[in-house]
Design a protein around this ligand. Structure first.
Ligand code: MN
Length: 214
């Protein structure tokens, strides 16, 4: 049985409102978890869940071996787990997200270590990488995900994926992802997907991404 992840923060406001966070995590992701548990009952995948392996590793195996509804729901659980766990409450806001002084670009979170070095090596600057990432997110037609992903050599690419698809299904390591399904931003940004993507940089937890890259 898969379970809904707990969020490591109380609020991501104002970049993502509490209402969006509540629906996105508590309703959308919960539904994918419930659907997958129903769909794998009695299949080879149910037995994997009773093994000693981590939920993440079982999820990756299901994504690599399944199609149809099982693939879609397993993919969406992995996508959302990695999306929600890559954020942190913005520095300029209290721990509960209560106060809302304007963020300043000088104190925005930034990548560090090996991941920073690789981004600068390939894109020239963090800003150039972010510009391409936002453009690929804005340019993705319909529902899906934009991912920063790595191959076995540690080389980075930005991938556009439709619906529930993700780097794991294509043998790549998933690092950073922005959800561009409308349910991720429509309450807060309506049709302004580009504004939503730009705002997310303020809440990215680069320390978590550095761990994923290692
Ligand atoms: Mn979503």
């Amino acid at each position: 049985m898969f379970t809904l992840i707990e969020l490591p923060y109380k609020s991501l406001a104002p970049m993502i409102s509490d209402e969006t966070l509540s629906f996105h995590h508590g309703k959308h992701l919960q539904t994918y978890v419930d659907n997958l548990n129903k769909l794998i009952a009695g299949t080879e995948f149910e037995a994997l869940c009773h093994s000693e392996r981590s939920e993440e590793s079982v999820l990756e195996e299901i994504i690599k071996k399944s199609t149809g509804g099982i693939f879609n729901n397993a993919g969406q659980i992995l996508n959302h787990d990695m999306y929600f766990l890559q954020f942190r409450t913005p520095d300029q806001v209290g721990g509960d997200g209560a106060s809302l002084p304007a963020p300043t670009t000088s104190s925005l979170p930034a990548p560090t270590g090996n991941l920073l070095a690789q981004i600068v090596k390939q894109w020239g600057s963090v800003e150039a990488f972010q510009t391409e990432f936002e453009a690929k997110g804005t340019g993705l037609f319909g529902s899906g995900w934009v991912w920063l992903q790595a191959n076995e050599a540690g080389e980075l690419t930005i991938g556009q994926y439709q619906n529930a698809d993700n780097p794991v299904a294509h043998g790549l390591k998933p690092l950073l992802t922005f959800d561009v399904w409308e349910h991720a931003y429509y309450l807060d940004y309506q049709n302004r997907r580009a504004g939503y993507l730009k705002a997310l940089w303020d809440i990215v937890n680069w320390e978590e991404l550095e761990k994923r890259y290692k």
